[in-house]
Design a protein around this ligand. Structure first.
Ligand SMILES: *Cc1c(COP(=O)(O)O)cnc(C)c1O
Length: 384
């Protein structure tokens, strides 16, 4: 029998990506903010009702724009989850923020709102939340916690995992003051590198355009609102080229197809592995009644680092590339040097014990069955 080889992730085409890139060139403009960027912006407005959409060259860029927009100054307190990608933190570290790390929940890698309510202080300026795997944080409870604080706290959603996922019918990324999406090749909808800033609080709308265009009012100039464009603020080059936007728009046109496929793969894993908690004490994702599953990632949480290492090794022997995820930020070399943190036991547990299984558009249900069987076999052999 031929040895199987299932990668962890694989970029994919849905149909018109290359055709649209060619079309962008023929339209005579492949720098930013051309026809395909406009089409992407209007897609997000119509599909998700996001008020103001600005494509960026990455989610990291969108997060950096947030730090500029809310005027983070050295020493300002910003709460971020410990169990997240570094960009959630570095975007604010760049402006000199004092980062305060929040632990995860025992039930899911999402931020623990119990812990959050203990670490908010009168100096908390912003909270950056991550809906891990596209599964919403309880936004009602989060907003209640924030409203009971005396100071004004800005909510930024790092919605990198969360396209087409919802909290009680509200699309994620559209609930906080600002939202940030990623179209990196590992996400649901891809353009290689790419991102989106959604401005949900109109307070930030006009300045967001300026910051994205190197601190100039060039966007107003193109709309004919001013007769020349000037340097009016700080900023940088945060916009993607039309080559990226053209690729992305082709994917967005097929978002329903992509989501249908990914959620069916996710559901199959869930069905095949639903008995792991009861049989072996292994944690699997659960979806609270207020949240949806958008098929971004499927994970299981082992009982120890040793068990996880052995499982990854076992899967590799069967030709399956499974992988761990984040390393808790509060114990990273940079954070240890720069920010004080208490131990965060849940974030540390997910760092050591969580495994992500392959999940990408071109994966088949039969491959999910094969992977699930390999996982089941591992626990059957190794459980005492
Ligand atoms: C992928 C990811 C990012 C970074 O996205 P880029 O588009 O690669 O900059 C940020 N936050 C989270 C939670 C992510 O998963």
């Amino acid at each position: 029998m031929k040895q199987k080889s299932i990668p962890f992730n694989k970029p994919f085409l849905t149909g018109k990506e290359l055709q649209y890139i060619e079309a962008a060139v023929k339209l005579g403009k492949i720098s930013g903010d051309g026809e395909f960027t406009k089409r992407c912006h209007s897609f997000f407005q119509h599909k998700f009702r996001f008020e103001k959409n600005l494509l960026t060259s990455s989610c990291t860029d969108a997060l950096e724009m947030c730090a500029l927009l809310i005027d983070i100054k050295p020493g300002d307190e910003v709460i971020v989850p410990s169990y997240t990608f570094v960009s959630t933190a570095t975007a604010f570290a760049l402006r000199g923020a004092k980062l305060v790390f929040c632990d995860s929940d025992p039930q899911s890698p999402n931020m623990s709102l119990d812990h959050l309510s203990k670490i908010i202080t009168p100096n908390t300026k912003a909270i950056v939340i991550v809906h891990y795997g596209g599964v919403a944080i309880d936004m009602d409870r989060l907003i209640e916690i924030i409203n009971s604080s005396a100071n004004k706290i800005t909510i930024i959603e790092d919605a990198a995992h969360s396209i087409d996922s919802y909290f009680r019918n509200k699309p994620l990324g559209g609930i906080g003051d600002l939202g940030c999406f990623s179209f990196h090749e590992t996400k649901n909808v891809i353009s290689g590198e790419g991102g989106l800033l959604t401005v949900n609080n109109p307070l930030y709308s006009s300045r967001a355009e300026v910051i994205r265009e190197k601190g100039t009012n060039r966007s107003s100039f193109f709309r004919g609102e001013v007769d020349k464009y000037n340097w009016v603020d700080i900023g940088s080059s945060f916009l993607p080229s039309e080559v990226t936007a053209a690729f992305l728009f082709a994917q967005l046109e097929n978002i329903e197809e992509i989501q249908k496929k990914r959620t069916s793969l996710w559901q199959r894993y869930k069905n095949r592995l639903h008995d792991l908690p009861a049989r072996y004490g292994i944690q699997v994702p659960t979806i609270p009644e207020y949240a949806t599953a958008n098929g971004h990632l499927f994970y299981i949480v082992c009982s120890s680092l040793e068990e996880r290492t052995a499982l990854i090794h076992h899967l590799r022997e069967n030709g399956i590339h499974a992988t761990f995820h984040y390393q808790a930020l509060h114990i990273s070399p940079f954070a240890k040097k720069n920010y004080a943190s208490e131990p965060l036991p849940q974030a540390e547990r997910y760092s050591d014990c969580l495994v992500r299984l392959p999940l990408f558009y071109d994966l088949d249900l039969s491959e999910v069955d094969y992977i699930s069987d390999s996982v089941q076999n591992f626990f059957k052999i190794n459980s005492k």
